[in-house]
Design a protein around this ligand. Structure first.
Ligand code: MCA
Ligand code: AMP
Length: 517
C-alpha cells in the first residue's frame, strides 16, 4: 500500500543532494545568517523526533500540542510529528493559561511541548488533563525535547497513514466564543500544497523569505509546504522585522505575508525597497486578511511587483488565488482571484439558492482541501456544512463574469487584526464577568497597521464606577495580547435595534476615525 502520510510526499521531494542548504536561520533584527541547515539536517532531526515519539508507544491518533517560539527546530518538531504519524496541534505563542487550559482540555493531547519559561504554568494544566509527557523547546532549539531526541537514531521509516487520517488540528475561534478544532487530514494538506506548488510555479531554484509565525495555516502549511515540496531554500526569520527582511530580499524569489507585513515593508522602504532590491524576486503573495487597494497599488509603484492576493481558511487551507501566470489573467487588486484548481466555490443567498454573477451572498466551498469537521463537535458540522456537502465559510462575497472572487464582508462576527482572528464574543465574555460591568460590545475599526483594531464599549452596572485602563490591564493578564482592545470606552448604554440587538455598525461608525493614520 502506498504511504499517504504527508511527510512521505515531502521527504520524496528532498533534493538528491541532501547536503545542499535547505534553511538559513537569519537574525530577526539584522537579517544576518546565523546557521545553515541542510536537507540532511531536516531528515535526521525529524527522524530523531519521530523515533522519540514512536518509542513512547502512544495510542494511534495521539495529539502533540505545541506552544513554542518559532525556530527551525520547532519546524522539525512539526515534521517529526507527521513522520511518526501523530496529529500536530499548533498553538499561538501569545495564548495565556486560560486559553491553553481550554485547548489542552478539549484536544486531550498525549504530549505537550512548551517554552521552558512557560513550563511552571503549563505543567499543572497538562497534569490535570493527564498528558503523558511535557517537553520544552526554546527559541534556540534547546530544551528537554532536543535532549531526549539527541539520543535517538537518525533513521526512521515514515509511519504509514491513509490520506483521510488526521494530520493536524487547528483551533479557530467559534462564534460562541469557544474555539473549535478544525480536523485536517493528510489529503487536505498535501492536495493543497501540490496545487499551490504548481499554480504558483515553485521550483528548487526558489528562495522563500519565511517571516510568518508557524502556528497558523499561512506560515506552517502554505509557506513551509510550498518550499519543502519543491526543494526550495528558506531564509528563516523567527520574527518579522521589515529592515531585516529587506536586507535579504536581493537573494530571495518568493515572499509571503499578511497585509500588515506589506504595510510595514512600505513604511520602511526608503531608500532600500526599490526595484533594484527585488530584482531576483518573482512573487509576492498576500493573504489572511483583506489587502487594501492602496497597499496593492503603492507596492506595485515602488517595487514594480504586483502582489498576488489569495484567500483561505484554517478549515480549508487555500481556496482561491489571483493568477500567477499572466496567460490566465491579470492580478486584480481588491479581488482574491479564481478558485484554485480542484476547488469549487459558489455564492449562495440566504435561502440556499445560487446567486447570479456579481450578486452578493455567502461563500461556500468544496474540494479535497476542505476539512472533515470540527474535533468532537458533531453539531457544529451540521450547522457549518450545507445538506449537499459544501462548507459555509462565513465570508460574504461575489463572483464576476470572468470568475474573479471578491470578498465584501463577513457574516461571522470576526475581527482580523494583523492576520490574527479575534472573536468579539470571547472578549465580551471576559469583560462581562468583571466586577461592575453590566454589558459590553467589542468591534473592529479600520487600523492603518493591523487592518482592523479591536475596541470595547462597556456599560457599568448601576452605581458602579469603571476604569477603562483597569479593564485593559485585567485583560492583558488573562488573554493573548493581540485580542486585548486597543481602547475601551465606558458608556451609559449600547445602541440597540427594535429587536434589542446591539447595533455594532453604529459603534463602528461612531469610532471609525479612532485609529486614522
Ligand atoms: C501584535 N500585537 C497585535 C498584533 N500583533 N495587536 C493586534 N493585532 C496583531 N496582529 C500587539 C502586541 O502584543 C503589542 O501589544 C502591540 O500590538 C504592538 O506589537 P508589535 O510589536 O507591533 O507587533 P509584532 O510583534 O511586530 O507583530 C505584528 C505582526 C504579527 C508581525 C503583524 O501580528 C504577525 O506575525 N501576524 C501574522 C499573523 C498570521 O500569520 N496570520 C495567519 C493566520 P502591547 O503594546 O500591548 O505590548 S492563517 C489565516 O488567517 C488563513 C488560513 C489564511 O488565509 O492565511
Ligand atoms: P482563519 O480562521 O484564521 O483561518 O481565518 C480565515 C478567514 O480569514 C477567512 O474566513 C476570511 O475571512 C479571512 N481571509 C483570509 N484571506 C483573506 C483575503 N485575502 N481577503 C480577505 N479575507 C481573507
Amino acid at each position: 500500500m502506498e504511504n499517504e502520510n504527508l511527510f512521505a510526499a515531502l521527504r520524496v521531494a528532498f533534493p538528491a543532494n541532501l547536503d545542499a542548504p535547505a534553511i538559513d536561520a537569519a537574525d530577526s533584527a539584522t537579517g544576518t545568517s546565523l546557521r545553515q541547515y541542510t536537507w540532511r539536517d531536516i531528515d535526521e532531526a525529524t527522524a530523531r523526533i519521530a523515533n522519540l515519539l514512536s518509542g513512547m508507544q502512544l495510542p494511534e491518533g495521539s495529539r502533540v500540542a505545541v506552544q513554542t517560539e518559532k525556530s527551525v527546530e520547532a519546524l522539525m518538531l512539526y515534521l517529526g510529528v507527521l513522520r511518526a504519524g501523530y496529529v500536530y496541534l499548533p498553538l499561538n505563542t501569545a495564548y495565556q493559561a486560560a486559553e491553553i487550559e481550554y485547548f489542552v482540555g478539549n484536544a486531550e493531547p498525549a504530549v505537550v511541548v512548551c517554552s521552558p519559561k512557560s513550563l511552571p504554568w503549563v505543567q499543572p494544566i497538562a497534569d490535570a488533563a493527564r498528558v503523558t509527557k511535557v517537553f520544552t523547546l526554546d527559541e534556540n532549539g534547546l530544551g528537554t525535547l532536543s535532549d531526549a531526541a539527541a539520543a535517538q537514531s537518525t533513521a526512521h521509516a515514515t509511519a504509514v497513514r491513509k490520506a483521510d487520517d488526521l494530520a493536524a488540528i487547528l483551533y479557530t475561534s467559534g462564534t460562541t466564543g469557544r474555539s473549535k478544532g478544525a480536523m485536517l487530514s493528510h489529503r487536505n494538506l498535501l492536495s493543497n500544497a501540490q496545487t499551490l506548488v504548481s499554480y504558483w510555479g515553485w521550483s528548487g531554484r526558489d528562495v522563500l523569505i519565511h517571516a510568518l509565525p508557524i502556528f497558523h495555516v499561512h506560515g506552517l502549511f502554505v509557506a513551509s509546504h510550498c518550499a519543502l515540496l519543491s526543494g526550495a531554500r528558506m531564509i528563516w526569520f523567527a520574527k518579522f522585522d521589515p529592515t531585516a527582511v529587506i536586507a535579504r530580499l536581493p537573494e530571495a524569489t518568493v515572499f509571503m505575508g499578511v497585509p500588515t507585513l506589506y504595510v510595514r515593508l512600505l513604511a520602511n522602504a526608503t531608500p532600500r525597497l526599490m526595484q533594484a532590491t527585488c530584482t531576483n524576486m518573482r512573487l509576492f503573495i498576500a493573504g489572511s486578511a483583506p489587502l487594501l487597494i492602496e497597499t496593492f497599488n503603492e507596492f506595485r509603484e515602488r517595487t514594480g511587483h504586483t502582489i498576488l492576493e489569495r484567500y483561505g481558511m484554517s478549515e480549508t487551507c487555500m481556496l482561491t488565488s489571483n493568477p500567477y501566470d499572466a496567460a490566465h489573467g491579470e492580478r486584480r487588486g481588491g479581488t482574491v482571484g479564481f478558485p484554485l484548481p480542484g476547488v469549487s466555490v459558489r455564492v449562495s443567498d440566504d435561502k440556499g439558492g445560487r446567486c447570479a454573477v456579481d450578486d452578493i451572498g455567502g461563500i461556500e466551498v468544496r474540494g479535497p482541501n476542505v476539512f472533515g469537521g470540527y474535533w468532537r463537535m458533531p453539531e457544529k458540522n451540521k450547522e457549518e456544512f450545507t445538506a449537499d456537502g459544501w462548507f459555509k465559510t462565513g465570508d460574504v462575497g461575489k463572483i464576476d463574469g470572468r470568475g474573479y472572487v471578491t470578498i465584501v464582508g463577513r457574516s461571522k462576527d470576526l475581527i482580523i487584526s494583523g492576520g490574527y482572528n479575534v472573536y468579539p464574543a470571547e472578549i465580551e465574555g471576559y469583560i462581562n464577568e468583571m466586577t461592575g460591568v453590566a454589558e459590553s460590545a467589542v468591534v473592529g475599526l479600520p487600523h492603518p497597521d493591523f487592518g482592523e483594531g479591536v475596541i470595547a464599549v462597556v456599560v457599568a452596572k448601576p452605581g458602579a464606577m469603571l476604569d477603562a485602563d483597569a479593564i485593559v490591564a485585567t485583560l492583558k493578564g488573562k488573554i493573548a495580547n493581540f485580542k486585548v482592545p486597543k481602547r475601551v470606552f465606558i458608556v451609559a448604554d449600547l445602541p440597540r435595534n427594535a429587536m434589542g440587538k446591539v447595533q455594532k455598525n453604529l459603534l463602528r461608525q461612531e469610532h471609525a476615525k479612532l485609529f486614522a493614520a
